[in-house]
Ligand binder design. Structure first.
Ligand code: PHE
Length: 339
């Protein structure tokens, strides 16, 4: 009898399986209610006294070995299931989840959208790869117009008609082509210009351009809208409009906001003047309205455009525009926002 048990002991040691069914069958064979171990234990009383000690030892050995075997095989099976994506032990403590923060460009963009949406502007978007018509021609910049040089354009080499948009004014053209006034829309997005990369300029950056077209829209409406914006965005309501030139607006202006000269940083940022340039704007040129299928005899409008990156640098005192596209977590983790 003892020899039989010893043989089983060998069998238990050798046993191995990755099949759930086989392991369970093994468990039932040895450890089940009607299993071998129970039947050996039942034999105990018939064993001659002289052998009882040894019998007891081997039978206990068999029990421990069989139990351990079942446990290790089951555990291996579970680990394997877990790495294959099945649930393991659901009572394990959770792993901490790192919550990301918004990019400073997104924070500024969302704030601008929020401010303009409160006065009835919707958001429009368009493609970054544009055609000549939407980026230039429709905007009163026909071929060979000298002002095309103002924006160093990336062209697709094989097709001079296809380019990376240099401003999101192209989205406004698309919007006017597809919608009749009243139009109140802002167009945020990434734009590209073939400029040398430095701390102050990059070959891509982000803009928000705005467009308002309706009957009787005047320059006074433009100024009031911009003043509302600078008050909400920067907490500064003093602005000035300097005459400027854009092919798509007439008259055109550059907008400065009075930042103040209270601190050392104000001094540096405004070069000692207290004024900061923040955007370009103007009344939409009648030719542009015409190009987009809107009757300039009936409607008028204003447009404005600003750089998001520049505003982000300004608000967060970021010294180098390149930080915005390097995705260094030590930089990005400093920004938190609910918007
Ligand atoms: N599109 C101009 C730029 O990229 C900005 C602008 C938009 C100016 C609308 C006037 C009106 O510089």
């Amino acid at each position: 009898m003892i020899d039989t048990i010893k043989e089983h002991l060998e069998e238990v040691k050798k046993f191995s399986s990755t099949s759930k069914e086989d392991i369970e069958a093994f468990r039932i064979k040895y450890l089940g209610k009607k299993g071998l171990l129970n039947s050996f234990f039942a034999e105990f009383k018939n064993v001659p006294n002289g052998q009882k000690k040894e019998f007891g030892q081997v039978i206990n050995q068999l029990k421990t070995s069989a139990t351990e075997k079942v446990n290790t095989l089951k555990e291996a099976l579970e680990n394997q299931a877990e790495t294959q994506g099945e649930y393991g032990d659901l009572t394990r403590p959770g792993e901490p989840i790192e919550i990301g923060s918004r990019h400073p460009i997104s924070i500024v963009k969302n704030r601008i959208i929020d401010i303009f949406s409160r006065i009835g502007f919707n958001v429009s978007e368009g493609p970054e790869i544009e055609d000549d018509w939407h980026n230039f021609t429709a905007l009163n910049l026909p071929e060979y117009h000298p002002a095309r040089d103002m924006q160093d354009t990336f062209f697709i080499q094989t097709d001079p008609d296809i380019l990376l948009r240099t401003h999101t004014s192209s989205v406004q053209v698309r919007y006017m082509e597809n919608n009749q006034p009243p139009i109140r829309t802002i167009s945020p997005g990434r734009v590209y210009r073939n400029e040398a990369i430095s701390a102050r300029s990059h070959c891509f950056f982000h803009q928000v351009e705005g467009l308002y077209v309706d009957k009787n829209v005047s320059f006074a409406d433009l100024k009031q809208t911009l003043q509302y914006f600078t008050t909400e965005m920067f907490g500064k309501s003093k602005i000035r409009l300097r005459p400027s030139y854009f092919p798509f607006t007439e008259p055109s202006a550059e907008v400065d906001v009075y930042w103040g000269l209270e601190t050392e940083t104000d001094y540096r940022m405004t070069k000692g003047t207290g004024w900061l340039e923040i955007m370009g704007c103007g009344m939409v040129d009648p030719n542009v309205l015409q190009n987009c299928g809107i009757d300039p005899e009936v409607y008028s409008g204003f447009a404005f455009g600003m750089g998001i990156d520049r505003i982000a640098l300004l608000l967060h005192q970021i010294p180098d525009i390149r930080l915005l596209s390097e995705n260094d977590l030590r930089f990005l983790k400093q920004f938190k926002s609910s918007l």
